[in-house]
Design a protein around this ligand. Structure first.
Ligand code: AMP
Length: 380
């Protein structure tokens, strides 16, 4: 048993304004930004100066010209800077990379400097090379002013340059799990100094079958490290990973859990002119009809009742018999349409307004999620 030197993880000095905010104000701010918090978390900050970052971090934020923290940053920074373990359920694009990189920089600058042969202080695990490289760009941009070195470790490219970076010593490693294990087994690096661990896109890493590798890596890191886990969704497998490897964590959800993207759904967005829609729909139905199995079903959501009728007629002309449903139809009619759609037969297409989604039984949750996602992306 090795005697571990205690580590310092809490660097948060709350701004007096943040500390003085009433619970009502805090709740109101969280509600307005759709921040949901489980377990005791510090008050969110509402602008950059309230984060009380050291000047070298503040300077790099100012350089970017950002106006205000994103929701995950507002709640994530004070939580992460306090040294707490954290689960963040937030989508890509929410500013989550900076939510964990800036506290990583503060954490690193408060640890003993690396000596020869030391491994990294912060480790970020990511599912893909692309994501790892995007994270590295952020680490480069924001770590530069305090001379924090990093390297990106991923499979499918020569090991030589990556090994040389590791041997020279880096404060941050951003890695995909397989290649990192390779280097750990060869002794090119080690995780004895690692006290800040990030699992980015944890749900995707599990989807890609990385769980055994993740577990193998995490077992090599001291148990009193700070761990931050990020995911777009919160399925049972991700919850288990969090429960197994995080201590007494604060969970932060941005937006409703119901609107998290489903990885099994491939979404294609085609932005086109109103006049092109009819022809595009015909082509799409043709393609889908040619490639999908005969039992598959198609639901076309449109905005108005009139459009439902129009599109049902149009695709009927193309030789695609379709059912239609909207709020003007009687309950009996709606039940009949849904029953017929479910049982299949000659009708595999349903044209509907989103009001109808409420009656779609087993499809309901999935459809509502998709509608919400679409609305969010349209509003964004
Ligand atoms: P991420 O979710 O980390 O992939 O970040 C998505 C994008 O948001 C990146 O291009 C960041 O540069 C940008 N970003 C991060 N934080 C902020 C902020 N506070 N204000 C505006 N943009 C930001």
């Amino acid at each position: 048993m090795i005697n571990l030197q205690p580590i310092r993880k809490n660097f948060y000095v709350p701004h007096p304004v943040v500390q003085k905010r009433s619970q009502h104000e805090v709740d109101e701010y969280r509600r307005s930004r759709e921040i949901y918090v489980k377990n005791q978390a510090p008050n969110p900050i509402q602008n950059f100066s309230e984060a009380n970052f050291p000047d070298y971090v503040m300077d790099s934020i100012i350089k970017q010209g950002y106006e205000s923290p994103t929701a995950i940053q507002a709640q994530g920074w004070p939580t992460a800077l306090s040294g707490k373990d954290l689960v963040g359920i937030a989508k890509t694009g929410s500013g989550k990379t900076l939510a964990y990189i800036l506290p990583a920089i503060v954490h690193i600058n408060n640890q003993q400097q690396l000596s020869r042969g030391d491994g990294p202080i912060a480790l970020v695990l990511a599912p893909t090379r692309e994501l790892a490289q995007q994270i590295q760009e952020v680490a480069n941009e924001f770590g530069h002013s305090s001379y924090i070195r990093n390297t990106c470790i991923f499979g499918g490219s020569p090991k030589g340059p990556q090994a040389r970076d590791l041997e020279r010593g880096v404060e941050i490693i951003i890695a995909t799990p397989g290649r990192l294990i390779d280097f750990l087994q060869r002794g090119t690096t080690n995780l004895k100094r690692c006290t800040y661990l990030v699992l980015d896109e944890a749900d995707r890493m599990l989807d890609m079958g990385f769980e055994p590798q993740i577990r193998k890596i995490l077992e090599q890191i001291r148990p009193d490290r700070q761990t931050l886990m990020w995911s777009a969704t919160w399925p049972k497998e991700v919850q288990k990973l969090a429960n197994d490897f995080l201590n007494d964590f604060v969970q932060i959800n941005i937006g409703s859990l119901q609107t998290s993207a489903n990885h099994n759904i491939h979404q294609i967005v085609d932005v086109c002119q109103e006049t092109e829609k009819e022809q595009k729909l015909g082509t799409l139905l043709q393609e889908i009809g040619n490639t999908l199995d005969p039992d598959s079903k198609i639901i076309i959501f449109v905005e108005t009742k009139k459009k439902v009728e129009g599109i049902t007629r149009t695709i009927g002309k193309y030789g695609w018999p379709a059912l239609s449903i909207h709020g003007d139809k009687s309950q009996n009619e709606r039940d009949y349409v849904l029953r017929t759609f479910r049982t299949g037969g000659q009708y595999s297409i349903l044209v509907a307004t989103d009001v109808a989604a409420r009656g779609l039984g087993e499809y309901k949750e999935e459809i509502n999620k998709q509608i919400n996602l679409e609305k969010q992306s349209i509003l964004a």
